[in-house]
Write a protein of this length. Structure first.
Length: 584
């Protein structure tokens, strides 16, 4: 017999109301049924009784039916059902006993397996329904968990939505308030701008009048001094007879224009100074000043762009500043009043230095020129155009007759102010020369170069006297002590070195890195070093104790130059933030 078979069902279409099945009313039949339930062990007997007692209700009228065809599963037999039940409940021992007894009885013929019927479908359906119920309960639990998670997520999202909505309203209110304030500020800005223009015009007029008054005063003072000197000379000539054939006096310093007016087109070169000039600081012991308690005193916005260099007046508390805005200015200290301003360079002004007498000023620029400025006449006295690349720095010698320059074209030059010519060109560096400085009361100057060396040069011979090696990066600045026996230098790695000129070797070293050290200055004693760096700080080092004594702060950008005011205890610095500051 196949696993599934075709069964035809008769579906009643029309039945009378009298064709209902008759009810069992006989009590004897009920007792027989109860007696049959007591004897369930005799399955064959039960089957035969069921066949005898099975009957169908009588139908009085003919039935019209339509035959439908369906495919159903074959029901399980009794022994398979029992086996499956035992296996499902893992009753292995009972299964073995059942198998043994079943096959023994069937072999002996005591058990009629052929006459056994099938297990009613309701049991199988119950098992399937139980399994389905168990599966649906599991799915229900999972669905409950998912629903709880979804509910918590929804509550969280709803709270976040409410928070962001409230925050959005607050931001909108603040935005409207800020827009309102901005509109107010714009209106105030327009008012202040008009007032600022009026005040700036008044200020410029006042400064011009002040500068004109100062220039006029300086002119009158200079004329007065000249008249007094001429009067003294006249009196001396009257009192003392002048010998015939005596040599004429030397031309006044930087008076080339006057000489050209007189027709002297050719001017003789100025002889170099003698080397036997005494240095008043050479044999003196100067006690170092105490700068440990120095703090920022005043800040002045001097220029529109970065201030690259500055220099102190040799006799008064006056500072000159050079800037990237193509101008230079002179200021009083500590008041910070503008005395004079100069314009004429076509590019940034990189270096500046006062004449030893304080009557002139020399500047260097990125336009490859060097200009000498006359304070009395308030004009540019001479312009040197010998360099072919930007000039980084310039210095007067101690007599004020010569100027030495440092340029990006790898050379240094010495200029004669009287003749307005180049006396020597110093070649030897293989990279840009960043700074130059004269040894006090000497014909020797030092040059700091980007080729990591420091060289000493003699302006008379035009030769290199000595070279110092030891820096590992570009040397930005080098300067002599007042005694002339030491050189202080700094490089782009922030390394500061002190060199012994006589022994030609390094004496001490300080580390201000990793930022670049841009400038260095020595006090009168030659033991306190002042270093300005790219990290906006100024450091004070003591060579005697080999320690850093103090740090000065205040600049908002790199410090480009530093200096001691020997007329007072002030420290002056300038930087890329377009300001110069006073520490006291």
């Amino acid at each position: 017999m196949s696993k599934s078979e075709e069964i035809y069902y008769i579906t009643p279409i029309e039945m009378s109301s009298e064709s209902e099945p008759e009810e069992l009313e006989d009590l004897e039949e009920l007792e027989d049924i109860e007696h049959q339930e007591d004897n369930l062990d005799d399955l064959d007997k039960i089957v035969t009784d069921v066949k005898k007692e099975s009957h169908f209700p009588k139908v009085e009228k003919p039935i019209q039916a339509e035959i439908t065809k369906k495919v159903v599963d074959r029901p399980e037999v009794v022994d398979d059902f029992i086996r499956n039940f035992l296996i499902k409940n893992q009753m292995n021992k009972s299964l073995e006993v059942f198998q043994q007894e079943w096959y023994e009885l069937s072999q002996k013929g005591k058990l009629a397996t052929d006459g056994m019927g099938w297990v009613p479908d309701v049991y199988i359906q119950n098992e399937k329904l139980k399994e389905e119920l168990k599966y649906l309960k599991g799915e229900l639990d999972k669905a409950k968990i998912v629903a709880e998670n979804a509910k918590s997520t929804y509550d969280k999202l709803r709270k976040e939505r409410d928070f962001h909505k409230m925050h959005h309203h607050r931001v909108q209110q603040e935005k409207r308030k800020l827009n309102h304030d901005i509109d107010k500020l714009k209106g105030l800005h327009l008012e202040y701008e008009t007032k600022y223009e009026e005040l700036s015009q008044k200020y410029s007029h006042a400064m011009k009048e002040k500068m004109l008054l100062k220039l006029e005063r300086d002119r009158l003072i200079a004329k007065n001094d000249a008249l007094q000197r001429s009067l003294q000379n006249v009196e001396e000539k009257i009192n003392k007879e002048k010998e015939p054939g005596s040599p004429t006096d030397k031309l006044p310093l930087l008076d080339t224009k006057a000489n050209t007016k007189k027709g002297q087109t050719k001017i003789a070169n100025t002889p170099f100074p003698q080397d036997d000039r005494p240095n008043p600081y050479a044999g003196t012991q100067i006690e170092p000043q105490n700068y440990r308690n120095a703090i920022l005193n005043k800040t002045y916005k001097g220029h529109m762009m970065a201030i690259s260099s500055m220099d102190m007046h040799p006799k008064k508390s006056i500072v000159a500043t050079a800037s990237d805005d193509f101008t230079w200015k002179i200021w009083t200290l500590p008041q910070g009043e503008l005395i004079m301003s100069g314009e004429g360079h076509k590019d940034w002004v990189s270096g500046i230095h006062f004449h030893p007498k304080g009557s002139h000023l020399v500047t260097s620029s990125g336009d490859c020129t060097i200009k000498v400025w006359d304070f009395i006449n308030a004009s540019c006295n001479h312009t040197f155009k010998d360099h072919i690349q930007p000039v980084w720095g310039v210095k007067f010698n101690d007599t004020g007759e010569f100027i030495v320059s440092a340029s990006m074209d790898h050379t240094c030059k010495v200029f004669d102010l009287a003749s307005g010519k180049t006396r020597h060109t110093f070649r030897g560096h293989v990279d840009s020369v960043n700074h130059v400085s004269f040894q006090p009361f000497s014909n020797v100057f030092t040059s700091a170069s980007a080729d990591k060396t420091i060289s000493l040069w003699d302006i008379r011979s035009g030769l290199c006297v000595q070279t110092f090696y030891g820096h590992l990066n570009s040397v930005n600045h080098a300067t002599f002590s007042l005694k002339g026996d030491s050189i202080a230098s700094c490089d782009a790695d922030g390394i500061i070195k002190m060199w012994d000129v006589r022994m030609v070797k390094g004496r001490s070293q300080f580390d201000a890195g990793p930022y670049s050290a841009n400038s260095i200055a020595l006090d009168k004693s030659g033991t306190i070093l002042l270093v300005g760096s790219d990290d906006q700080q100024i450091r004070l080092y003591n060579e005697t104790t080999q320690k850093q004594e103090h740090t000065l702060k205040g600049h908002e950008d790199a410090v480009q130059d530093v200096a001691f005011d020997f007329n007072s205890k002030m420290i002056i610095s300038c930087g890329s933030d377009a300001t110069f500051r006073i520490y006291q």
